[in-house]
Structure formats: C-alpha cells, structure tokens
Design a binder for this molecule. Structure first.
Ligand code: C5P
Length: 237
C-alpha cells in the first residue's frame, strides 16, 4: 500500500491517505499533550510504544469479536487502518472514580463504580469536549439512536475484555475513552487504545501508570507505559 499526503494531523497522531480509498495510515508521533493542548512535550519512544500497544489491544478486541478499524502494523510508528467516517462523540466508561468525574461531582478518587458509568462527550476541541447525552447527539445529528445504542454495547463489551486483560497483569482499568466510526455503514471502533486514552493503576499500590503521570508531572511516563505493555505481553523490541 502506497502512503500519500497527510489527511489530518492531531495532537499525537497524523493520518495519511493511501492509494486505497478504503485504507489510511496512522502515524503515532512522540508528541504528548494535555489540558486541551495547553501542555505539550515530546517524549522519546512514545510513538513506537503507543503504536505497538494499540496494535496489541486492537488484535485482542478483534479476537473478542469487536469490529475495529485496525488492519496491521506497518512500521515502528505506523499502522494501516480502515478509513472510517468518524462519529464526533467520545464514549467514556469508568470502573473507578478519577479525573473529570471527581472534578464534576466532587467525589473522591478511587471509588468503585458499580455498575460502571457510561458518558458521552462531543469531540470538539474549541468547545472543550462538552458532556452530552443520547438525546442531544440524536437531535443535533452527531449520531443516530441505533449507532449510539451499538456504540454503547460495544464500549461495555470492550470493558469486559480489557478489564480482565489488565487484571491478569495486576492492573486496574480505571476508565477509558473510545471513538467509533462507520465503515461502509457498519459501526466500527476507530482511533487508538493506549495509556494516553485510559487510566491504569497498579492493583496493589494504585500507582498511576497512564497519561496522568504526564498531566500531573509525576515523571517516568514512557517507562510506565512500557511497564503496562510488558505486563500484558506487548513486544517493544
Ligand atoms: O478527563 P476524564 O476523567 O473525563 O477522562 C476519562 C478518560 O477518558 C481518561 O482515561 C482520559 O484519558 C480519556 N479521555 C481521552 N480523551 C479525551 C477525554 C478523555 O482519552 N478527549
């Protein structure tokens, strides 16, 4: 497959067109951003680590019957994916309280959430990704009721698969964000799954092993991402 021009460059990934109208190439860069792009740094090896991490997770999800856009690894920092028409809605599941939930509701960090919560946010940097709901998404045409229903079901199935996977590595999957799109009309998991878009804590010490290390200036960001990967069997060599 031939790589063509940049279609879109986000905060941590660039997306390239290819000679196949149904396929794109994702390039994971070393750029790391937080707080709507107000904090930005380059972290060596991050592109490679997240690319391999994402490939590993997407393969596990595919094996579990979740439709994903992931096709194959292409290089250390690139993978090939199906070209989706993205739905501009972020689906967030939380198993433990942290981050935005604590700020919004004033609850303490680390409460077990049973059943896990499911939230929707509009993907819109200018508006600061406001929280929305099914009614707003349907009325404003961001997604149909059926697409939202499917995205909800798939997001919870992902939780079952990944909670167990991380627990086997002695880690708690605290929360995560997924994005979906349409591939020839079929709802399909897009974007990425890496420690940039989820929270993971050591199950014993509750030490943070995800992007909160960057957000909170705790250091050892990539070392933590690699440790998460090693514990679940990702190969970074
Ligand atoms: O900030 P908040 O607590 O709402 O985030 C919930 C989860 O979704 C976290 O794991 C966070 O990393 C992820 N997230 C994301 N991209 C966003 C918003 C949230 O990856 N734009």
């Amino acid at each position: 497959m031939e790589k063509r021009g940049v279609l879109y460059s986000g905060k941590a990934k660039s997306v390239y067109e290819t000679d196949d109208p149904d396929r794109l190439i994702l390039e994971f860069r070393d750029d790391t951003s937080a707080f709507d792009g107000k904090k930005v740094e380059q972290l060596a090896r991050k592109g490679m680590v997240n690319n391999r991490f994402n490939a590993f997770i997407m393969e596990r999800l595919k094996e579990a019957g979740i439709p994903t856009h992931f096709e194959r690894l292409r290089s250390d920092t690139e993978c090939e994916v199906k070209r989706l028409t993205m739905i501009p809605v972020e689906c967030v599941v939380r198993n433990l309280s942290a981050g935005g939930l604590c700020r919004r509701l004033g609850v303490e960090e680390g409460l077990t959430l049973n059943p896990p919560t499911f939230e929707l946010f509009l993907k819109n940097d200018e508006k600061g990704d406001p929280m929305i709901n099914e009614s707003l998404a349907e009325t404003f045409g961001w997604a149909t009721r059926q697409q939202l229903q499917l995205a909800h079901e798939l997001t919870l199935r992902v939780n079952d698969v990944l909670r167990e996977l991380f627990l086997e590595g002695d880690m708690l999957l605290v929360d995560y964000k997924l994005e979906f799109g349409l591939f020839h009309g079929e709802i399909t998991l897009g974007d990425e799954f890496s420690p940039d878009g989820c929270r993971l804590w050591d199950a014993q010490t509750r030490e943070k092993m995800d992007k909160d290390r960057f957000r909170q200036g705790l250091g050892g960001v990539i070392e933590a991402y690699e440790e998460v990967g090693r514990r679940i069997g990702v190969n970074f060599d």
